[in-house]
Structure formats: C-alpha cells, structure tokens
Ligand binder design. Structure first.
Ligand code: BDP
Length: 738
C-alpha cells in the first residue's frame, strides 16, 4: 500500500534492531504455535489487534518508532495502555516510551497541557471542544512524527483509537491530516437491564452488570466494555431498564453504581440511571409523586445530591413516564413538561440532564397509536428546561424493520430532540438473524423532514443545526438500546457486534456512510483480505432489505408473535388492547390491506410538514416501501413494477428468503478467510435465519390467502403447511420477554 513504506520506513529499518529482534521472537512464537491457540470467540470485538501481515508490518513500524504519551491522569494512562496493547498486537512490540522526539517516526499523543511537544507545535485545536482531535503528520525538531492532539484527555483517547483503527484497516499513515469533532454531545447506550439480571429484549444472555457482587467485585469485563465504547465515541451509559425499579436509587445500589462509574470514568463514559417516577412513594415514604408538590421536589433534590456525592460526574436521568403502565406526572394531572422539569431542576446544580422519552401512547386514547406522541408533545414545545432532552424513537410505532421517520422530528423547534435507536433486534430476528442495522439508522438520519424546506434532515434536527435560530447551543444526543449481555461474544452473535459499532460511529457523525462503517468493522473484526471484505460487506448491506422483505414488506408493521415478538403472528388479535395486536396494524380484508393514515383515514400524515404529508398521503406518490403504512390498498392495486399488490407482496416475501439463501452461499465461500470457530457459528445462525425467513414468508402468505382467497401467482411455491399449523406454534420461553 502506498505510503506505509515511504522513505522514512527505509531509514527507520536501518536504525532499530529492537524491531527485528521482536519480529524474530514473533516468528518463533508463531512457529511454536503460541497465539494460534487463542480462541476466536468474539470477545475482543473490533479491538482485535492481530499481527499485521509481515509484508506490511515494517512499513507501519516506521510510524511508531517511539511513543510520547503521558500517564499523569487515569485517562492518559488508559490511552497509553491502549496504544501499547494495540501496537504490541499489531506490530509485535509496543514502541519504546520517550519524552522527546529523537527519531523519525515518533507517535506523539496528548494535549498542549500534557505534552510539551504538542504545546510547541501550536496546532489549531480551536473548535475541537473537549472531545475532538487532530491526527497529523508533522515535523518535530527536524524529525517526522505523527501527532494525535486534542484539547482534553478525552479527545486524545478518541484520537488514539482512531490511530489504531488506521492500522487495523491498513490505511496509509504518511501525510495524515484528520480532524474529528463529534456532532452530538451525548452518545449513550440504554441498557434495558433489570436488577435481577434479566435483560428486557436482550438476546445475549443475562445482564453484564453483576449487581449482586458489586461493588466489591468489579468484573474486568467492565473495563473492556468501556474500551469498546470509547473506541467508537460512546460517552454515556444508562445502566438500568426504562421500565425501572426504584431500588436502583437506594443507598445500597448507589454504591454499586459508583463502582461502575469509577471503572468507566477514565474512558470518558458517564453513568446515567433510569428513574422511576413514583420513587418518592416507593422508597421515599411520601404519599405522592406529584411533581408540583414541594415535598416531592425536595425529595428528588436530596436524592440527586446523594447520587452526586457517590458519582460526581453523574450524567442524569432517563425517564419513561405514563407509557405502557409506567407511573408519571399525568397520574397527578400534570404534564410531561412538569415531570421532566422537576427532575431537571434537581440535577441542574450538578450539571446533570434529563432524557425524557416521547414513547407514549395511552390506554384511554382510541386514536391511531402512531399519532399519540406528537399529539402529547408538540403542545409542550418550548416548555422544557434547557437541560431536558426529549428522546424520540426513530419511528412512531416501535422499532420495526422499516418505519417512516417519527413526525416529532422537525415539529418541536424549541426543544432539543434526541434520537432513540434500538440496537438489540427485538423485531428483527433476535440474535440469530444477520441483519446489519447501519442502513436502517442511516435511512432515518438522512430522511428529509422538510420542516424548513429541502435538506431539513433528521440528522440536522438532532445535531441542533436545523433549529439554530430557536435553540441556542442546545443539548444534542443519540441513544441506542444496547444489545450487550454476558455472552462471551457480547451481542449474542458475531455480526450483531457490528450494530453496536455502527451505532457508535453514527452517533459521532450522523452523516457517516453505513457501508463505509461496515467495511471498517469487517476489516477490524475479521480480515483485511479483499476477497473477504467485499462479499462480507455486501451481505451486511443487503441484509436489512432482506429482513424487511421476509417479515414486513411494503410498509406492513407489527405482525410478530404476541408478547415475545418472536416469529410471525399476523393473525394476532384480541387481548388487553387493540394496538398490541397485528390486525390493528394491517387491517386486511377480502378486498385489501394496509392502515389508512391519509386524510381519509387517521390522517397521521398531517403530522408531517406539508410537503411530506402531501407525498405520504397520496397513494400515487407515497414511496412504495411505505405504501401499506399510510394506505389501505386493494389487492389488485397496480404497483410500479406492473405487478398487482398481491403479486408484489408474494414476490417480496420470496425475494427476502432468496436473499438469505444468497447470504448463506456467500458465507460458505468465505470459510478460507475466517477462523473455523466464528465461521461455524455464523453459518449455523444463517441456517436458522433461512429457516425462519421461510417460516415468516409461508405463515404470512397462508394468512393473507385465508383473507383474500387468492392463489399464489404462477411460479411461487405455496406454503407447505396449512395456516392452522403456523397459528398453533407457541414459544412461552422465547428470550427477552418483558
Ligand atoms: C417496546 C418493547 C418494550 C419496551 C418498550 C419501550 O417491547 O419491552 O419496554 O418498547 O421502549 O419496544 O419502553
């Protein structure tokens, strides 16, 4: 590769015997089989610092002949340690530590305060903030060097991970001139982890937080968790489920929370908690949780003070209120703003924030569920304290394989809105389906709300730039519902690690390309061999459309099994509430299918900006992927392909299954480039995915046929079993259920 072995490399090769010596030791170790025995169980994630192939390694060593990096603070120490670990793994040895640049090829990492060399370079660090960084090829005292510079230790840590990524993905290191500043301030994971270690919608084993043994036993895994997050810029973590338990706020648990916060702090990660709104009653001995009651306000203030005594940099609260049976301010006739502001006032003196969720829909409201968050929150625009963010799911229903963007984006110009994505695949096949979520995240972020004309993307809503005139220097952020558990491979499957990774990278830069991110991840996690990279990225990029096709094509949604959401259940009806059934969402009859949200139906389209509403509300103009989301359509409706709607549905279900077959074949061909252990598990999971994709197709088609009485178009295999077979399947112990 151009650049790696430049003139500097040749010079460096002449001078330094330590590298040769180390290379020799490595070769010997490899010959003796050391290292080869290491299990590839996925634990190392994308921080898998395997030796760079010999032909290139020398070129890279020329850019790491010395390491200048301080260790005066815990973050600096963590940064230095990561660089040493990474370079040792990648190059066979960590470069010697130095105080001054005395050779070509030094790596200098730090801030003007931590490094006299960096101070002397007088780099333009203005505008980098606390977390941004520069990576640059420079000359120090006449010698070539690479500098990773920031204003603050946190920025230098992020820059160090980026530098390692350049090696991991085999990028050239000469003439570096990189400048990175995160676009969003809060980049947080939401763990839906309960105190009994059950993870709601978790498919990777039990919670990684071993509450029982904390605070005395701090599992070393917590450090690896922090490293992985820091490597992708995640700077916050909400430890407990939004369906919260007030016990987390009791002194015993706050000791445990403190222990975790202490582990994460060097990695720039703040801890947040989900607060149960009724805590003043449940653990505070008060008779009420009314947010306007002075005793309640005083209780939360004292509770916040207590938390900050344990965790001085506590991030703040996440709250699910008056949603799906959770307590909230409406229990006392107060608004969401009253509730959020009360908590915001309690944490404000300490610099804390409140992330108040907009995922609300009420038992009492008979209106289209898709409309309810907008109806409740838009009237409150401008009524929240500046340290409140309203956290909005990407779509108006619930993390479906495909949803149009949530109509709240663009509709609250005076309130900071935070994106909430679901990384765990509750509705996308749990851990066994290979579905790369990068394209889903990207599609939402790039969607144009048209709130202020063309180009008013969701990304610009959440980064604050769209509403800069009505919101000065607002909080900005993104939340991802974590897919992390105690499984050895963290995420339940090897490829689900990519969803955690992509989430972090997009939270850092919401305009990044999900395909480019997939490529980085593949190179770091598996192999840089081009014969592997292109097909693996191809599988990932195609996988999202495949799952939409075999589960919920053309805008269908919420058709999965009741409660656990595993497998197809388009026939689900009855039960406690209509909007927890499938028939509520698809409305299929003998004549047609789909939810009419146009002006002739629920008119949910009117919640979008006029230009978007006109498009979504017109059956002739609506993008076909959203057809049945917004319209009730006759089975004979003519699609853009020329097929009837019924034919098109059959075609898409079948295409989805075929795509999974292609993914399987592609993966089989990749065996030579992957260790057997990971290859085998991915292959087995793909086989499960194919079986389940087929099941989704067959069960769905059998059900639609029972309503429309139509045969399949010629050339399509009929479902092999009768509908009643698919309806008879039950999964009382499917994982992750509430
Ligand atoms: C739904 C989940 C449920 C969560 C809820 C939420 O099924 O387990 O509690 O969202 O986001 O997706 O609060």
């Amino acid at each position: 590769m151009k650049g790696i072995g430049g003139p500097g490399a040749a010079r460096a090769r002449k001078g330094f015997d330590w590298r040769r010596a180390v290379a020799g030791i490595c070769l010997l170790a490899a010959a003796l089989g050391c290292g080869a025995a290491q299990a590839e169980d996925g634990y190392e994630l994308w921080l898998r610092y395997r030796p760079i192939e010999a032909a290139r390694a020398d070129g890279y060593r020329a850019f790491a002949t010395q390491l200048l990096a301080g260790a005066a603070t815990p973050t600096q120490a963590a940064t230095r340690e990561e660089l040493q670990r990474g370079l040792r793994g990648l190059l066979g040895a960590a470069p010697p530590l130095a105080e001054r640049v005395t050779r070509d090829g030094a790596l200098v990492v730090g801030t003007p305060a931590s490094s006299p060399t960096i101070a002397g370079l007088r780099l333009d660090t203005e505008g980098l903030g606390r977390e941004g960084y520069l990576i640059r090829s420079v000359v120090v005292d006449g010698r070539k060097a690479t500098v990773v510079a920031a204003n603050d230790d946190a920025g230098a840590l992020y820059g160090a991970f980026h530098f390692l990524r350049l090696l991991q993905t085999r990028q050239p290191l000469d003439r570096l001139d990189l400048r990175e500043v995160p676009r969003l301030k809060l980049r947080v994971l939401n763990h839906w982890d309960n105190l009994d270690r059950h993870v709601e919608r978790g498919y990777a084993g039990e919670s990684i937080w071993d509450w029982h043994k904390l605070p005395d036993w701090r599992d070393p895994r917590y450090v690896d968790y922090a490293r992985a997050n820091a490597s992708i810029g995640i700077n916050g973590t909400v430890l407990n489920n939004v369906n919260s338990n007030a016990l987390i706020l009791t002194p015993m648990y706050l000791e445990k929370v403190k222990a975790l916060a202490d582990v994460f702090r060097p990695y720039g990660i703040r801890v947040y908690l989900s607060a149960r709104f009724s805590a003043p009653r449940e653990i505070g001995g008060l008779g009420t949780a009314d947010p306007l009651d002075p005793r309640v306000r005083a209780w939360w203030k004292a509770k916040a003070d207590e938390i900050y005594r344990h965790v001085p940099d506590f991030g703040g609260f996440l709250v699910k209120a008056n949603s799906e049976g959770q307590p909230g301010p409406q229990d006392y006739g107060r608004s969401h703003a009253d509730g959020a502001n009360m908590l915001a006032d309690a944490v404000a003196p300490h610099g804390g924030v409140v992330m108040w969720r907009a995922f609300v829909y009420s038992h009492e409201t008979p209106d289209d569920r898709a409309k309810q968050a907008y109806a409740e929150f838009v009237p409150l625009d401008g009524r929240f304290r500046p340290n409140v963010m309203v956290q909005v799911k990407n779509g108006a229903i619930d993390f479906q394989p495909r949803e149009p963007f949530h109509p709240l984006f663009g509709a609250m110009p005076k309130t900071p809105l935070m994106m909430e994505f679901q990384i765990t695949k509750e509705y996308l096949g749990f851990a066994t389906h290979l579905v790369y979520l990068g394209p889903l995240f990207e599609e939402t972020l790039r969607a144009d709300t048209k709130a202020k004309g063309e180009g008013s993307t969701v990304a610009r809503v959440i980064d604050g730039s769209l509403h800069a005139d009505t919101l000065q220097d607002p909080l900005t952020g993104m939340a991802g519902v974590a897919n992390i558990g105690a499984d050895r491979n963290w995420s339940g499957s090897h490829f689900d690690q990519a969803n955690w990774y992509a989430y972090g990278r997009l939270a850092w830069n919401p305009d990044a390309s999900s395909k480019a991110i997939a490529e980085d991840w593949v190179r770091m996690t598996f192999s840089n061999d081009p014969r592997f990279v292109a097909p693996a990225v191809g599988m990932m990029v195609a996988s999202r459309e495949a799952v939409v096709d075999y589960m919920t094509p053309l805008g269908l949604h919420h058709l999965m099994g009741r409660g656990h959401h595993y497998g197809p259940g388009p026939w689900v009806d009855g039960g406690p509430r209509a909007d927890w059934t499938s028939v509520y969402y698809h409305r299929a009859t003998r004549e047609g299918i789909g939810f009419d949200r146009s002006a002739s139906g629920s008119n949910a389209v009117a919640q979008y900006a006029p230009a978007v509403a006109a498009e979504f509300g017109d059956i002739a103009r609506v993008p076909e992927p959203f057809l049945l989301w917004f319209h009730h359509v006759p089975w004979d409706h003519r699609m853009r392909s020329g097929r009837t709607l019924w034919h098109e549905l059959v075609h898409r279900y079948t295409r989805g299954v075929d795509e999974v077959k292609k993914m399987r074949a592609a993966w089989d061909g990749l065996a030579p480039y992957v260790d057997a252990e990971r290859h085998r598990q991915v292959a087995a999971f793909l086989a499960i995915q194919e079986k389940e994709a087929q099941w989704w197709r067959d069960a769905s088609l059998a059900y639609w046929q029972s309503l429309n009485g139509r045969a399949l178009p010629p050339g399509y295999a009929p479902p092999p079993k009768p509908l009643r077979y698919y309806q008879s399947l039950e999964f009382p112990y499917a994982p992750g259920n509430g």
